[in-house]
Design a protein around this ligand. Sequence first.
Ligand SMILES: Cc1ncc(COP(=O)(O)O)c(C=O)c1O
Length: 379
Amino acid sequence: MNGQTQTASLHEPVPQLDLAAQYAAIGGEIRAAIERVLASQQFVLGREGLALEAELAALCGVAHGVGVASGTDALILALRACGVQAGDEVIVPPFTFVATGSAVSAVGAKPVFADIAPRTFNLDPGELERRVTPRTRAIIVVHLYGLAADMDPILAFARARKLPVIEDAAQAIGASYKGRPVGSLGDVACLSFYPTKNLGAYGDAGMAVTNSEPMAVRMRTLRNHGQTGKYVSSEPGLNSRLDEIQAAILRVKLGHLAEWQRARQERAANYTKLLAGVSGVRTPAIPANCEHVFHQYTIRAARRDALQQYLAERKIGSTVYYPVPLHLQPIYASLRHKAGDFPESERAAREALSLPMYPELRSEQMATVVAAIRAGLSV
Ligand SMILES: Cc1ncc(COP(=O)(O)O)c(C=O)c1O
């Protein structure tokens, strides 16, 4: 692949994500919802937000939803609701978006990394025993790319030590594990509605969901300046409220989520079929009893960077989520990790490549992507 001259592509470009296609389909509904909020002139902590909290708690199979300004804030408030404080340790996989770790740092705690399982890209339950210490106060699991982590052994480990489990479900809304929805698996779960997510707002937004009433009450207080009464604050909080316009947009999109999820799953199955037998590529695993919602369709490719460049030259979008694992990020230089400390996370960072994936992706576009992968790998 290296050193090839660029060949003109005979096909239309295939973006990695096409939000404009989605907006073309639902723009009318979205504008009506925004108009409804404008007519109400209620912009924060109103009817739309309350309704969305109830709808998403129901989707996740729990009692409470607490709308906040981002998925990162949901993680910060969840950590605080779990009682995590400065000096505590929180176990986190290093192969994730930086927010999973930086939320731990934001509450003054230390992320302690635990490597991933190679087949799923998710936290390896067998790593926990090696990483737990007397200072461990919580475990964050990430359901990366839309696939639930292997929760039963993680929960058994945590329950035996009375450690709370926080689900970073930013990428996995709608997914399930052994028939139980993501969001109901741990003690509290965090959703992100960043625009590119399966349920994406038109700006930043997020939510924490939980079955625990005390945790929900605490997070509601913390998202609103720690106020327990009007202009009475009991502890330092944030201004992290989900606004009404985003909530109204998200409610429209929530009505389409199941159909979009099916479309993603069909496209994932099609990719897997088309890529069967292509040597040099490993397609995503779907463990038994898991419903994967394919926020990303992520392959492993041995010569990943060259393949990505080959695709880019043919105007086919792809993204590396994530090229640098957390333990090797500058933000965690003070933890003095080195290459080799978490080999599976490092290998995933070298091999993972997310292909174009969105509900409107057409089969001929997928055929184009796969033909280019075959060609690129055989050069
Ligand atoms: C795994 C993961 N965790 C946390 C976040 C943070 O969410 P947000 O961007 O809404 O703050 C994201 C998304 O950006 C994510 O993908």
